[in-house]
Ligand binder design. Structure first.
Ligand code: GTP
Length: 570
């Protein structure tokens, strides 16, 4: 019948099997085999729990290293912290047995880290195992500490027995024991709990204490009185140390033969690894005995074995110390690595913040630069417009909007240069309004201004696109007629004159007549200097005025009257 057929609660069944694991190994193994048939129905936790129990069974059957493999699998796999703590403790126990102290010590540190998350049973079990482990690696202060923790957590007789035993061992090795109360209590509690192995260890300890206090006879008497109790334990460690102690006590009390016999009994019991102390004690007794009987060859042989055992013991102690040192260094390194990681993390965080800030700053800089460049562009555009406006203002006559005298002469000069280069004719027309003073005087300056603007508008209607008109001053204007034959120029000028004459002044609110007198000079007659061209056009204008105004005259150097005019003008 499988476990599943009478109960589905595998966790409870596994716990029940667990209770028998050291109390009744046979029953435990049976229960385990029953559970094994339902392995497929287990959840992850139950599987891990089963693996642990199965490992325990294997360890108990004398295969600690295989047991350890099972435990390590559970430790790595399980998500259940209580099971993890339980198995870690069991693994530490095994590490002590297989004398892998480095791994055991490192696991002890992990166990202590996890322990606050465990339940009460976890703590009791863990501290109990730690106490054994620490004592075994000669860390008796830690062993004492762990033992006291167990004693403060439980009133279970069996557990108290083990904790009192480890406490006694730690205190004995630390030289802390003055009275016999503690050792008597430890023996009593273990015997009451039917735990003969620890009871036996405590019995031997009591004998050692008596010996230390010089009560050798009492020690011997006591040990002999407890022989049955120790033998009943069937615990080789206890028996070998009992026999070694007994041998020494016999030696000290002068019974050399019994000393020799019990020393040999001890060595027979301590053939297993790790029982160095008892063997050393026994070999010492055997050596003394061989010396005392003059058996030099036996003495030498024993001395050799004693030295070998002492060496093995010291090597073991060295291994333990090195393991502890290494584990401590590893722990410090781990802590440092964590600190370093923390530092690196905070450094990375700072870098990330800095990077973010830098990105934001860069973004800000880009935005600012963009805004600045936009402002510069806008400023340049505005400035160019302003410059254009200023330039225009500087070049333009405010009232009429045509080029002023300076600009007009510049335009004329460049135009003349071009025409000279291309050998084209350029004609300059100058005209002056007739009796303008009279208009001003009669209708006021505003009307005079109106008239000036009206004249420009009228002329611009007549002029071609390429022709340029400018104000030379007051009521005098100039017109550049590029690439124009004289007859064409005369014709355009005549049209200009007519246009002025045709201005309807009524739009100004006044009714009056506007006329202008014109003078024309061209480059074919006057050359390509503006001054000469202007002077000659001005002479022609002068002639128009003189001839009665409102007319057009062309400068002609061959003409007599022109010469006269020049003379008059000079
Ligand atoms: N309203 C106005 N009058 C101006 C401006 N510039 C010059 N004048 C006037 O133009 C008149 C020119 O007078 P004059 O030099 O005696 O010439 P005129 O009266 O036209 O006579 P002729 O040129 O001989 O026909 C003066 O009264 C100036 O004050 C201006 O921009 N606006």
């Amino acid at each position: 019948m499988s476990a599943a057929s009478y109960a589905a609660d595998y966790s409870a069944l596994l716990k029940e099997a667990d209770r028998f694991k050291s109390r009744d190994p046979k029953l435990f193994a049976t229960k385990l085999e029953t559970l094994r048939t339902d392995l497929a129905h287990f959840d992850a936790y139950e599987k891990d729990y089963f693996t642990y129990l199965d490992g325990y069974r294997i360890g108990f059957a004398g295969e600690p290293k295989i047991a350890l493999q099972y435990y390590l699998r559970v430790i790595a796999n399980t998500a259940n912290i209580e099971l993890k703590i339980k198995v870690l403790a069991a693994a530490i126990n095994i590490q002590a047995i297989v004398r892998n102290y480095l791994a055991g010590y490192a696991q002890a540190l992990t166990l202590l880290e996890l322990l606050p998350q465990g339940n009460l049973n976890n703590r009791i079990e863990a501290y109990a195992i730690l106490a054994i482990f620490y004592n075994q690696i000669d860390e008796f202060s830690l062993g004492l500490d762990a033992s006291n923790k167990v004693l403060g957590l439980t009133d279970d007789a069996r557990t108290l027995c083990f904790a009192q035993t480890t406490k006694l061992e730690a205190n004995f090795n630390l030289g802390n024991i003055e009275q016999f109360d503690q050792v008597n209590a430890a023996i009593e509690i273990c015997e009451r709990a039917n735990e003969y192995a620890p009871a036996s260890m405590n019995i031997v300890t009591k004998a050692k204490l008596l010996k230390q206090k010089g009560q050798v006879e009492a020690a011997l008497e006591y040990l002999l009185s407890r022989e049955q109790a120790v033998k009943k334990s069937r615990y080789p460690v206890a028996i070998s140390s009992y026999e070694a102690e007994l041998a020494e006590l016999y030696w000290l009390t002068g019974d050399a033969v019994k000393a020799y016999q019990h020393a040999n009994l001890s060595i027979q019991q301590s053939s297993g690894a790790g029982l160095y102390k008892s063997r050393i004690q026994a070999y010492e007794t055997l050596f003394r005995y061989a010396e005392s009987v003059g058996d030099e060859s036996s003495a030498l042989d024993t001395l050799k074995k004693l030295t070998e055992t002492e060496k093995a013991f010291l090597d073991e102690a060295k291994v333990k110390q090195l393991a502890i040192q290494q584990a401590k260094i590893d722990a410090i390194e781990k802590a440092n690595q964590i600190k370093l990681l923390d530092k690196e993390n905070s450094l990375l965080k700072t870098e990330a913040v800095l990077a973010r800030t830098e990105i934001e700053n860069n973004r800000l800089v880009i935005v600012t630069l963009f805004l600045l460049s936009s402002l510069v562009v806008i400023w340049l555009l505005v400035n160019r417009k302003m410059q254009r406006q200023l330039k225009q203002q500087a070049q333009t006559d405010e009232l009429t909007g045509v080029p002023n005298r300076h600009h007009f002469s510049q335009l004329a000069a460049s135009s003349l240069a071009y025409h000279k280069k291309t050998q084209q004719v350029l004609t300059l027309v100058v005209f002056d309004l007739d009796y303008f003073k009279h208009i001003n005087d009669s209708y006021g300056h505003l009307i005079g201004d109106w008239a000036l603007k009206a004249v420009i508008e009228a002329i611009q209607e007549v002029l071609r696109e390429q022709d340029v008109i400018g104000r030379l001053g007051g009521e005098e204007f100039g017109i550049l007629l590029p690439g124009c034959t004289l007859s064409k120029a005369r014709s355009i000028t005549e049209k200009c004159r007519e246009a002025i004459e045709a201005i309807d002044t009524s739009q100004s609110g006044e009714q009056f007549k506007i006329t202008a007198s014109f003078g024309i000079a061209d480059t074919q007659v006057c050359g390509y200097t503006f001054e000469t061209l202007y002077a000659n056009a001005d002479l022609a204008l002068y002639k128009s005025k003189k001839e009665g105004r409102n007319r057009v005259f062309v400068f002609d150097s061959s003409e007599q009257n022109m010469r006269e005019l020049v003379e008059q003008a000079n």
